[in-house]
Design a protein around this ligand. Structure first.
Ligand SMILES: [Zn+2]
Length: 318
């Protein structure tokens, strides 16, 4: 028996054919036709599933279910309430994909299924209580309690990126001010670095590297320049660590998890700041316990979405 894992993102769709025990048999990736709308995106997913079936020569009836990790909040029966990056609101995603593929479809928030993937196969293997933060364009949150994912009573919970942790100089996409994702996402690092460069005429490696075109700045460049000792980049990274540690401190105080995992694009730079991140997180936890081995970088990287969503489909069909 097989499962299909779908990782639906704002820029790419990844699809994997996954064996019941979690082995990836085949995977495909295509860019997401966001501007063409909902039908085009679901249609692309359907075509990719057909391609995978044809390529691997398996029987469609051997696919037990499709699991999809989606960039937004959704109900248990497959309604997507909203996905800002896809400009979708209240779409019957699971129902439509089932109509096209004739296979049962189960959907969950992308960070939530990524957390499940890490519990099954990655950095949280064997752990019971796990919280995951995906640090990318935004900040996603996934919560596993007693080996079960937790998304709240209506599927709208676990939005850890929108916990308010301070006052910021710009508002979050959600309409609030001070959300974690406006301090600890790639977007936040880029925006703050651009602000510093605009305010400060001093020399900075970053200014040289992008030849004065601040639109070219990405989070990776900021971390690279910080490693080289650039003062402005260091200031930006320090701010990121300060607020991320507040967020992680809150998570420890609320959940007391076995582990907090950091995934997403920005997590690739986390090794460099791990020491200071742990040190600062200690300042925010209520009880005096050891968190040194309880903050870690996620392991599955690009496969977290397809593996996690396939495993989510497995949990729903057992
Ligand atoms: Zn927000």
């Amino acid at each position: 028996m097989y499962f299909i894992g779908v990782d639906l993102g704002g820029t790419a769709i990844k699809i994997g054919l996954i064996a019941e025990e979690g082995r990836i048999i085949c995977k495909l990736e295509r860019s997401t036709p966001v501007s063409e709308g909902f039908e085009a995106v679901v249609g692309t997913i359907n075509l990719m599933i057909s391609d995978i079936i044809e390529k691997t020569k398996i029987d469609r009836s051997d696919i037990k279910a499709i699991g999809a990790g989606v960039p937004g909040a959704c109900s248990e029966d497959g309604l997507m309430y909203s996905a800002i990056n896809l400009s979708w609101e209240n779409v019957e995603f699971a129902k439509r994909l089932k109509e096209l593929t004739n296979i049962d479809v189960y959907i969950e928030n992308d960070a939530t299924v990524a957390a499940l993937g890490e519990v099954e196969f990655g950095a949280a293997k064997g752990k019971r209580n796990v919280v995951m933060l995906t640090l990318g364009t935004g900040v996603g949150g996934g919560i596993v309690i007693n080996n079960q994912i937790f998304s709240g009573s209506n599927g709208m919970g676990s939005e850890l990126g929108h916990m308010i942790i301070g006052e910021n100089y710009y508002d979050c996409n959600c309409g609030n001010n001070g959300c974690l994702e406006t301090f600890a996402s790639a977007t936040a690092i880029i925006k703050y670095t651009q602000k510093l460069l605009e305010e400060d005429e001093k020399n900075s490696l970053i200014r040289d590297k992008v030849e004065g075109n601040y639109k070219k700045i990405d989070a990776k460049l900021v971390f690279e320049c910080a490693k080289l000792g650039d003062e402005l980049a260091l200031k930006s990274v320090k701010r990121f660590v300060k607020y991320l540690s507040i967020g992680i401190g809150n998570i420890f105080n609320i959940f007391d998890p076995d582990i907090v995992l950091l995934g997403g694009g920005v997590s690739k730079a986390v090794d460099y700041i791990m020491e200071s991140l742990i040190k600062e997180t200690y300042m925010h936890i209520t009880f005096d316990y050891d968190i040194r081995d309880r903050i870690a970088v996620a392991k599955l990287e690009n496969n977290a979405g397809i593996l996690g969503s396939a495993m989510y489909a497995r949990t729903r069909t057992v």
